[in-house]
Design a protein around this ligand. Structure first.
Ligand SMILES: NC(=O)c1ccc[n+]([C@@H]2O[C@H](COP(=O)([O-])OP(=O)(O)OC[C@H]3O[C@@H](n4cnc5c(N)ncnc54)[C@H](O)[C@@H]3O)[C@@H](O)[C@H]2O)c1
Length: 350
């Protein structure tokens, strides 16, 4: 099996974390390596040079499109560049992992899914909480019946971020909560309503409250904010016999019942490392005729982008939006999206 050589496009805050994981996996003997680091900013390249030392650094990705040594790219550039860069690499036969959100709008996101299928390439989205052991444990708790009848979910994604001129909070913080709801409930909401505001800038929303209605009647409230000094990445599930509260950062899960609160055992894991390994595992399995599970697939990413879009529309039109997900004819694609919880990915060690 040839080594999977990954180029990282965009070496800012998140790209540097991805570079670090790929280098770590390579050092640990997994069958993958870092081919190149691309960033259009000389400052970002200089920062990486100081942090990671000698690597193949570039300011432009175009030469890599035809580089036979590049098997895959992990795209960590700004959201509005995702579609252009991803579509170019897929068309040139490379496997692609795009950070969340998959694209700036759902038409582009579903076009990436179509392109990946047409070219037989792996398309993953950076929904890193698919790999979070805390979320896995919460799902097990929900299906165990210990919470009784499940009433509703509440997700709180907040923190303090400087005023942003060209971004808004829904696309930035919304993808993970929507993805986690799908992971826990196996459904997409049928209706979405959203209220939100910008305070420090007129450019975009800085906080939003989203209410999403699922077909089972188990609804989710999602609170997003760049204005709150407290950073939260929290999921609560409330039922008739108790509530479960998960902190997605340190993967601490608490079960609260009438008798009191008790911790639920979770072995915290490195979610980004697992995400990269899962991408490599999909690439390894891709040539085989045997079906494999892409648990962070492009279809999943595109469906989440559709919900971000519906939330923004609800805000702008001041009404509840009915969400139509595209009918997925192909059952293998459906399988990639709904409710699969495999064990650790299995990229062979060298
Ligand atoms: N999965 C997660 O939890 C998570 C967390 C943070 C960020 N992200 C995502 O990662 C992406 C990057 O976010 P960030 O916070 O690192 O932003 P950032 O601004 O810190 O980094 C983006 C980098 O991309 C570079 N860039 C811009 N255009 C480029 C191009 N055409 N070619 C090459 N490089 C280019 C910029 O110079 C910059 O260094 C976003 O899509 C964001 O949503 C995901």
């Amino acid at each position: 099996m040839e080594r999977i050589n990954i180029a990282v496009i965009g070496a800012g805050y998140w790209g540097r974390k991805v570079i670090s994981e790929i280098l770590g996996l390579s050092r640990d003997g997994f069958n993958l390596g870092l081919r190149s680091v691309v960033d259009s900013s000389p400052d970002a390249i200089e920062y990486c040079r100081r942090e990671f030392g000698h690597l193949d650094y570039r300011s432009d990705y175009h030469d890599l499109l035809s580089d036979p040594e590049v098997s895959a790219v992990h795209i960590c550039s700004p959201n509005n560049t995702h579609f252009q860069i991803a579509s170019e690499f897929i068309r040139r036969g490379k496997h692609v992992l795009v950070e969340k959100p998959l694209a700036a709008n759902s038409a582009d996101a579903f076009e990436l899914v179509r392109l990946a299928r047409e070219h037989g390439r792996v398309l993953c989205t950076g929904h890193v909480h698919r790999f979070n052991n805390g979320v896995r444990a919460l799902r097990r708790l929900m299906t165990s019946g210990v919470l009784g009848d499940l009433y509703y979910l509440h997700l709180k994604w907040t923190g303090l971020l400087a005023s942003q001129s060209n971004r808004e909070v829904i696309s930035d913080l919304g993808p993970h909560p929507f993805d986690i709801c799908n992971n826990l409930l196996d459904t997409w909401p049928r209706k979405v309503s959203c209220r939100g505001r910008g305070f420090r800038t007129n450019a975009g929303y800085e906080m939003a409250n989203i209410y999403s209605e699922h077909p089972s009647g188990l609804d989710a409230g999602i609170e997003l904010s760049w204005l709150d000094m407290e950073k939260h990445r929290d999921v609560s599930v409330v039922g008739s016999d108790g509530a479960a509260r998960l902190d997605c950062i340190d993967q601490r899960l608490i079960l609260q019942r009438k008798g009191g609160a008790e911790p639920v055992l979770v072995l915290p894991n490195n979610t980004l490392r697992e995400e990269v390994l899962h991408f490599a595992s999909c690439i390894e399995h891709n040539p085989s005729p045997e079906p494999y599970q892409n648990i962070a697939s492009g279809t999943l990413g595109a469906s989440v982008v559709r919900l971000l879009e519906a939330s923004k529309r609800s805000l702008e039109e001041d009404r509840t939006i009915r969400v139509e997900m595209p009918h997925l004819e192909d059952s293998s694609i459906r399988e990639q999206v709904i409710g699969l919880h495999p064990e650790q990915p299995s990229v062979r060690g060298a």
